[in-house]
Design a protein around this ligand. Structure first.
Ligand SMILES: [Zn+2]
Length: 451
């Protein structure tokens, strides 16, 4: 009999290891933060577990990995969903975010971290303002994270006026904050919190700032995380200033490398995709935002080139099942072929693939001995999931975020019976309600919301 910290019982186990199919009546044994067994249920008396969760009515799968997100971006919820992509970004988001104060960032960070855990994400790759506040929320709530400060050297709120003037003072300050954050936080909480440097986008940093970010990332031994070919305006600006595509430009600057996550690639050309493939840079694919904006990137052309790819929510609702559904539906529709992507592949991109592009594939993304114990429990005893045969499609097409009832990260039970262990959600909701009137006023002031 072996003493362990935690035993997780599974009616169905989705190990995502490649060799193992979906298993019935299985279990995951966890000790000291790591998985010691993930497979068929061993004979009674094999374990003496200090804690036991799960049971015959749950499916256990690797925690979802959100490879490109902005946890605090929920402040825009509903305000940028019914307008064109350019308008959402330049007229609303960039102008509104400038008005947000530190206390608001703190409350948004906590709300975002709580929402991620509730939805089944156990790891996020985040890029935005106030990285230290998000890191505090992640450290306390238990969420695993790579976090980057958003670095740029234009006045983002003036891009709506086509003012692309590079202002070195802005860049210096944003870079310094990003480097300070990385120096203070990278590797904390036993490695659960890591840092990246975050050039905001190809067009919002000058060439000199891009090079500086690359050099600092090398010095600090952290990766980069950048929006690329996200909007038509970005592509047009790089074409005008650099006479090439945004990814060709970043390659030529020496920025792209295997430790770089590029998000979006919505308007990337073949030459851009070749630049990503040749440098080994990796790709965060955000299936929920694309259809809402009315376009879809050439996923097939991307993965055919061997570009490492993982799924992410960006700043839309953080429901991993809806994210996978959106990808499967869109890719099948575009291809005119239901065989274009399988549900197992979708789950792979949301777990293994996303872990791989964050450089974490040897630690998380699958359930196997030696891996860190990051897993979620999906309650199957619900009318919309019955009958449950253990198919991948049953999860991808029918499950939803609030079916996730428990979450384990780094071996720690961070949510059980849909109650977060270390987050006062009522307090967060009160704070958001308190801020909402002021946010509304500011949106009205920007002309982004009617009174
Ligand atoms: Zn984004």
């Amino acid at each position: 009999m072996r003493e362990i910290d935690l035993l997780v019982r599974a009616g169905f186990l989705y190990p995502m290891t490649g060799e193992l199919p979906v298993l019935r009546d299985a279990e995951v044994a966890v000790d000291d933060g790591r998985i010691v067994h993930a497979g068929e249920r061993l004979p009674a008396g094999s374990w003496r577990a200090r804690r036991e969760i799960g049971g015959p009515t749950v499916a256990v799968l690797p925690g979802f990995v959100n490879a490109h997100t902005h946890a605090a971006s929920l402040v825009f919820r509903g305000r940028t969903d019914d307008v064109a992509g350019g308008s959402a970004l330049y007229d609303v988001a960039f102008r509104m975010e400038k008005t947000i104060g530190r206390e608001e960032w703190r409350d948004l960070a906590w709300a975002g971290a709580a929402e991620m855990i509730r939805s089944g994400f156990t790891t996020v790759n985040d890029l935005w303002y106030a990285p230290d506040l998000l890191a505090e929320a992640c450290a306390a709530s238990g969420l695993r994270a790579q976090i980057a400060n958003k670095v740029f050297d234009v006045a983002l709120d003036r891009l709506a006026l086509d003012d692309y003037t590079h202002q070195p003072a802005i860049g210096e300050q944003r870079l310094r904050e990003g480097v300070d954050f990385a120096e203070r936080w990278h590797g904390r909480e036993g490695g659960r919190i890591q840092a990246r440097l975050g050039p905001h986008a190809s067009d919002t940093c000058s060439p000199a700032l891009h090079r500086q970010l690359r050099a600092e990332a090398d010095r600090l031994k952290v990766g980069l995380h950048v929006h690329t070919a996200q909007s038509r305006r970005e592509v047009a600006e790089i074409r005008r200033a650099q006479d090439r595509g945004p990814l060709e430009y970043l390659r030529d600057l020496g920025v792209l490398a295997p430790d770089v996550v590029v998000a979006h690639l919505s308007f990337a050309t073949d030459a851009d995709l070749d630049a990503v493939a040749a440098t080994g840079a990796t790709y965060a694919h955000t299936p929920t935002i694309y259809p809402r904006r009315g376009w879809y990137p050439r996923f097939d052309a991307i993965v055919r080139r061997g570009i490492a790819t993982g799924f992410a929510t960006d700043w839309m609702q953080n429901d991993p099942f809806e994210m996978m559904r959106n990808a499967v539906n869109a890719l099948r529709l575009v291809a005119g072929d239901a065989g274009a992507i399988s549900c197992r592949e979708a789950l792979w991109y949301a777990t293994v693939g996303a872990a791989r592009i964050m450089g974490l594939e040897h630690e998380i993304g699958t359930l196997a001995p030696g891996r860190k114990a990051d897993l979620v429990l999906v309650e199957l005893d619900r009318s919309h999931l019955q009958p449950f045969y253990g198919d991948y499609a049953a999860l991808v097409f029918y499950a939803r975020a609030d079916d996730v009832v428990a979450s384990v990260i780094d071996g720690r039970v961070v949510m059980e019976q849909r109650r977060l262990a270390a987050v006062d959600e009522a307090q967060i909701q009160r704070a958001l309600r308190r801020h909402a009137a002021s946010w509304q006023q500011r949106l009205v002031g920007l002309g982004a919301l009617r009174q």
